[in-house]
Every structure is written in structure tokens, then in C-alpha cells.
Design a protein around this ligand. Structure first.
Ligand SMILES: *Cc1c(COP(=O)(O)O)cnc(C)c1O
Length: 388
């Protein structure tokens, strides 16, 4: 079996010699010539039932070879049979919720999590009845006969708590567990190996890696993937083949980017923890971090996301954001460049105020997605911004 870095470079490219190409071909067809009606009808049936491919793609809402190539590559990195790609991370979550709703309405969700996930689940928009927990240890006691899914995010957003995947899977019993593994990437964590049924990524972040593609993926076994493809074909939340191409292009450098950013983050987190203008740093690699003992067990390293609280609350945090020059004041994460943002004012605005406070999302909290710039340039930038 090739190692991760080799798979990242070659997955989804196995047929290149046969095709005599050195970059993935992009198929922009919306419809496909049907060789004979029998083949067409059989292919249609196979794809509507959620099959991975068929003799004929029929129509681009049912199948696209460029997207399928990217899916195969990501499945290889997560170690799952399948990957299903969507127009965005939120479209991917919606498809899972809709597919699971046939098994029950009740969904257990451990907070904190990505603000829009929190909003989608709490709003009842997809017909789910979400019950929010503050600790994954509460899962076993809250299960109901109609519980269809357990959702965790680890590391969590924005306070970087690590949630024990194996323990949550054990507590959930027969109920599938979905892990939002966006912050970890398959370089640092592979939830399916720990028993998670669905591994979800906003591929907009590290997998794409360059801030130029919106995409979402769910990695799982084939039996769970088929209903997601059926849902995608029915609702049309497709990843465009050009976006799939860009996403695929990000994968060969994934490990390099994640490791370089993580090395930078470790230095910055340590220095921020000692800075007089900073009251608290949330980073799984610092002593005392919530779930930090899971580093080396379920996650090989602490990653490159952190949050820190500045003294002086909202106004002080706004000043730091405004003074950053090398870092861009912007939401999103996992790009080659460093991004700094204010969760209470931006990404977690839709989360109810009490839930924000309980999760540690205070007015002075900033979240930093560390990029792959030179670490001393990043530190100089942070230091001058904190002096303001
Ligand atoms: C960005 C993000 C999402 C949502 O993904 P989109 O691609 O923006 O729809 C979900 N979870 C996490 C942790 C994210 O960072």
C-alpha cells in the first residue's frame, strides 16, 4: 500500500497512461449520447439508485467523470470505499440530513460547531429535530428510538476542542456518527478508521487549499454513499466539474501545506500564550487544551487553527483584526495564506448568545487560520497588531 503522500499525488490519476494525459481531463458535458436505449435505461436506473457509475453517464446531474475522479482520490485519502462531492460543505450536510431523515427526525449535536451548521440544525430547516449537547459524554443518555444521527466536529470551531471519536461512536451504538473533520484533514485524522460512519469536509478549506473553490464532501462506505448520490441527483446540489478539477489539484500538496502550517501554528500559539495582551489561547497543542490528550491518539498533530482572546474585549479584538497586514482579515480557513476573523461578530453570529457564551465564544475572541508564510513574518505581524 502506498503511503499517504504518494496516494495524495496519484489518486484519481491511475488511468493517465492509458488516456495519454498528464493532467485530469475536464468533462463539461451536460448530456451524453446514448449508444442504445437498453444501455441508457439500465444506466439511468443504476445512477438514480445511487450507483457510483454506469455504462453511460446519461445527464450531468446523475454523474460526471471529472467529479467522480476527484471523489475517488479523496476516498483513497480518508480510507473509505466512497466519497460523494457536493456544491458546498453545507450542501453535503443537507444531503446527509435528508438521507438520514428517513430513519428518524432526532439528531444529537455536540456544540460548539461551525456557525452555519449550528444554524442549519437549530433552525429545523431540513425537518430535523436537533438536540444540542455541550459534551459528547452526554450522547448515550440522550439517544431515542428515533435518533437518526450523531454529529460532532473535531477539532471544533472556533475553540478547538478535540472530541473523542471512538468514545462517541461507542456511545452512539447503532446510530451513525458524522464527524466534521474539516479542521483536521485526512493528513492528521481519519475518522472512518475510528468507527465514524460519515466523514464530512468543507473541501472549500484545506482540501482545495487555495481559497478558490467552494466544495463539500462526505466520505463513507458504499451502502451509505448510495442514498447520498440519490439525494444529490434529486436535489441537484452538484459540484461543478471545474471546481472538482481545482479540488483535485489541491490534493498532491495537502500534506505539505498542512504540515508547514501546523509547524507555524505551534510557534505562534506558544508565543501568543506568553503575550501580555492575550488572556487565553485555544490550541490543541498547548498544555491544558480541552481534549488535548487525543493528540497522538486520534489526531497526529494539533493542526493550524487556533483562537485567542485579547484583553479589552470586542474593541481590542476589532483593532487587532484591522491592524493585521500580512494576515488577511477574512472568514474561511485552510488556505495557503493566514486569515484572522472574529467569531462572535462574523462566523458565529447566528449561534444563540447563551450558546456562544457557553462555548467560550467571547467578544475578545479571534480565530486564526495559520498559513504557510514564513513564521517570523507572521509573528511580526501579530506582535505589531497586538501593540495597537
Ligand atoms: C466552512 C465550513 C463548513 C461549511 O462549508 P462550506 O463549504 O462553506 O459550505 C462546515 N464546517 C466547517 C468546520 C467549516 O469550516
Amino acid at each position: 500500500m502506498p503511503r499517504f503522500q504518494t496516494t495524495a499525488v496519484h489518486a484519481g490519476r491511475e488511468d493517465f497512461n492509458r488516456l495519454c494525459v498528464h493532467a485530469p481531463p475536464i468533462d463539461l458535458s451536460t448530456t451524453y449520447p446514448i449508444p442504445d436505449l437498453g444501455t441508457g435505461s439500465a444506466s439511468f436506473d443504476a445512477l438514480i439508485a445511487g450507483g457510483h457509475d454506469a455504462a453511460n453517464p446519461i445527464y450531468a446531474r446523475l454523474h460526471n467523470p471529472t467529479v467522480a475522479r476527484t471523489e475517488d482520490a479523496i476516498a483513497a485519502l480518508e480510507g473509505t470505499q466512497a466519497c460523494v462531492a457536493f456544491a458546498s460543505g453545507m450542501a453535503a450536510l443537507t444531503a446527509v440530513l435528508m438521507a438520514r431523515s428517513q430513519h428518524g427526525r432526532h439528531v444529537l449535536v455536540v456544540r460548539p460547531l461551525y456557525g452555519t451548521s449550528d444554524h442549519l440544525l437549530g433552525s429545523g430547516l431540513c425537518g430535523v429535530e436537533a438536540e444540542f449537547l455541550t459534551d459528547a459524554g452526554q450522547v448515550a443518555a440522550r439517544l431515542r428510538p428515533d435518533t437518526a444521527l450523531v454529529i460532532i466536529e473535531t477539532p471544533s470551531n472556533p475553540t478547538l476542542d478535540l472530541v473523542d471519536i471512538r468514545a462517541t461512536v461507542a456511545a452512539a451504538g447503532r446510530v451513525p456518527v458524522l464527524v466534521d473533520s474539516t479542521f483536521a484533514t485526512p493528513v492528521l485524522q481519519r475518522p472512518a478508521e475510528l468507527g465514524a460512519t460519515y466523514v464530512w469536509h468543507s473541501a472549500t478549506k484545506f482540501l482545495g487549499g487555495h481559497g478558490d473553490v467552494i466544495a463539500g464532501v462526505v466520505c463513507c462506505e458504499e451502502t451509505h454513499a448510495a442514498p447520498l448520490r440519490t439525494m444529490r441527483a434529486a436535489t441537484g446540489a452538484l459540484l461543478h466539474p471545474l471546481a472538482a478539477y481545482l479540488l483535485h489539484r489541491g490534493l498532491p500538496t495537502l500534506a505539505l501545506r498542512v504540515e508547514a502550517a501546523q509547524a507555524n501554528a505551534q510557534v505562534l500559539a506558544q508565543r501568543l500564550a506568553e503575550h501580555p495582551a492575550v488572556s487565553k489561547v485555544f490550541y490543541p497543542g498547548l498544555p491544558g487544551a480541552r481534549g488535548g490528550h487525543l493528540i497522538g491518539i486520534q489526531m497526529s498533530g494539533p493542526g493550524s487553527l487556533m483562537a485567542f482572546e485579547v484583553k479589552g474585549g470586542h474593541d481590542a479584538a476589532a483593532r487587532v483584526m484591522a491592524r493585521a497586514k500580512v494576515m488577511t482579515a477574512a472568514v474561511s480557513l485552510g488556505s495557503t495564506d493566514s486569515l484572522i476573523q472574529h467569531p462572535a461578530g462574523l462566523t458565529h453570529r447566528m449561534v444563540p448568545e447563551e450558546a456562544r457564551a457557553a462555548a467560550g465564544i467571547t467578544p475578545g475572541l479571534l480565530r486564526l487560520s495559520v498559513g504557510i508564510e514564513h513564521v517570523e513574518d507572521l509573528w511580526d505581524d501579530l506582535a505589531q497588531a497586538l501593540e495597537g
